[in-house]
Design a binder for this molecule. Structure first.
Ligand code: NAP
Length: 253
């Protein structure tokens, strides 16, 4: 007899923010490959998001797209309420959408600081607030925040970005405690240096120096992060909440 397959997500409804490319795209495709219906969220990359939807459907999966700016609280609330109404519920939220703006502290602009916090922190928390309204009713759910290794280690030139990623740890741990009695788990994925558009502007020298700081000796792939996302979203992770799952090649242990 064949062993039952693990980490299946058949029948689950998942929203992945910022799924038009990079880590979000990989998470969306991986969740769909396990049977979830995935809402591929984007802000401006409509063609890219439609491409993700088509790729999922071509492999026999279920997907649809949805656009809103996570930095716009009203638009975020309205869109997620609409999704919950249409599908009847939301089982999984991967709050992945994020931006990075790097620079030394002395040159940090107030507007950039605000944009980073509105997008990376307030955006993720507002998504969680809207999504958990449905999860409270169904008494089950998975919330996954996407933080970063620099939120735990800090990094010169990334004060504001690192602060937003550190903030997600406090938020996730608090929401985990608040909603544990409803069987809603809330965890953090903390990627290290992953090859995506966000990291593509690095020079070869910067990249080389960074890889030297990775004990496993390579940059991470979006698939490395997506595998951890599937685990946290699965029924098999039902006793795991308030945790930080680090996918960083040993950069921070
Ligand atoms: P990416 O390739 O730059 O993709 C970012 C995604 O977020 C896009 O889908 C983008 O949508 C969406 N997005 C950005 N701002 C948005 C907004 N205001 N409202 C809605 N969607 C928005 O980034 P990535 O490298 O995959 O990173 C994904 C997450 O992982 C981020 O939270 C990042 O901080 C974190 N992370 C990345 C790394 C890394 O090495 N790459 C390491 C640690 C953590 P549009 O394209 O439609 O605008």
């Amino acid at each position: 007899m064949a062993a039952p397959s693990m980490f299946r997500l058949d029948g689950k409804i998942a929203l992945v923010t910022g799924a038009s490319r990079g880590i979000g795209r990989a998470c969306a495709e991986a969740l769909a490959s396990q049977g979830a219906l995935v809402i591929v969220h984007y802000r401006s990359g409509e063609d890219a998001a439609k491409g993700v939807e088509a790729a999922i459907v071509a492999k026999g999966g279920k997907a649809e797209t949805c656009a809103f700016d996570v930095a716009d609280t009203g638009a975020t609330e309205t869109a997620i309420e609409g999704l919950i109404k249409r599908h009847g519920r939301l089982d999984i939220l991967v709050a992945n959408a994020g931006i990075s703006i790097d620079g030394l502290l002395l040159r940090l602009k107030d507007d950039d600081l605000d944009l980073l916090f509105h997008t990376n922190v307030r955006g993720a928390i507002v998504c969680a607030r809207a999504a958990t309204r449905s999860m409270m009713r169904t008494k089950r759910g998975r919330v996954i925040f996407v933080s970063s290794v620099v939120g735990e280690t800090g990094n010169g030139g990334q004060t504001a970005y690192a602060a937003t990623k550190a903030a997600l740890l406090g938020a996730a741990k608090s929401i985990a405690r608040e909603y544990a009695s409803r069987q809603i788990t809330v965890n953090v994925l903390s990627p290290g240096f992953i090859d995506t558009d966000m990291t593509s502007s690095m020079t070869d020298a910067q990249r080389e120096a960074l890889v030297k700081a990775v004990p496993l000796g390579r940059t991470g792939s979006t698939a490395d992060v997506a595998a951890a996302c599937v685990y946290l979203a699965s029924d098999e992770a039902s006793y795991v909440t308030g945790q930080v799952l680090r996918v960083n090649g040993g950069m921070y242990v």
